[in-house]
Design a protein around this ligand. Sequence first.
Ligand code: FAD
Length: 317
Amino acid sequence: MQVTEHLKNAKGKTLFSFEILPPLKGKSIQSIYDGIEPLMEFDPKFINVTYHREEYIYKTRENGLLEKVSIRKRPGTVGICAAIINKYNVDAVPHLICGGFSKEETENALIDLHFLGIDNVLALRGDAVKTEANFRPHANGHAYARELVDQIVQMNDGQYLMDDVSLDPTNFCIGVAGYPEKHFEAMNLPSDMEYLKQKVDAGADYIVTQMFFDNTKYFEFVDKCRANGINVPIIPGLKPIKTLKHTSFLPKFFHIDFPDELAENLLKCKSNDEVKALGIEWGIKQAKELKEAGVPCIHFYTMSNSESVKTIAKEVF
Ligand code: FAD
């Protein structure tokens, strides 16, 4: 079933959903099940599975020269989605990115998803490969998520790349990313919002936000979206902080700020256990307030570790 149908069927109740990462290459799918099972009691209507593009490493050849090798550390997004649907009878939302894909590869990936009975896709641009400073689209691919949305909408209309004739239409519900604190490459929030509006006008059905730790940022973002004519559901994304490393990694990697009160309390933490306890406490506070405000769904970034999310969900759902 499509995510938007789930939201409609909830009739105003806040749904619970979460996101997982495929395991590192060579690891068993059991680690995915171990992450999902503790959260099933909260009745997730959909589970997102992230997509991880290729990285480049240098290997020393026998003659001493360096060889640039492409590797994907976390393949398996589509297979995991199919396994989730099969094992738990819960809808899975694969993330699909522009980076590294030609339009034809995107089309073929979407055909696979369609054949597997997957009705949802989160359409993203993706980031630059780790060894490059800026995002570079595939020569015959998409430069922005909006173009990927266009392609999915065309397939939903039965328009594939190769032909003018109308083919079997797909039926994807399309989610896109939104950034309450602005995407890091955007000039400012209004221009970022203009591009977000383009994604929605192109046919995106809902938005999932980047993680945030200050609910005010989310509420203001929703108000601005509405003022700019973006009227689709906006699902807030939450991540419980868990380790001392997170205190610098999350702001740096995700380009988000911790609010003063949280930052002051994090500074007092001396161990990962203390950070984890604070992360849970903060997550409960955030989630309760969002639920009281009537958000359609709260989407948790588990990073494939469900313990903190379970403790939060127990208090909130
Ligand atoms: P876009 O919407 O294309 O925007 C990218 C930038 O370009 C923005 O700064 C925007 O303002 C600007 N822009 C947009 N259109 C135009 C235009 N026409 N002209 C000029 N500028 C423009 N990454 C992964 O690799 N795998 C994942 O699974 C994944 N999951 C994610 C899930 C969520 C909920 C979120 C919020 C992010 C996720 N990401 C993932 C990260 C995401 O790929 C990056 O943040 C990426 O840098 C931007 O993706 P986007 O889809 O928001 O891009």
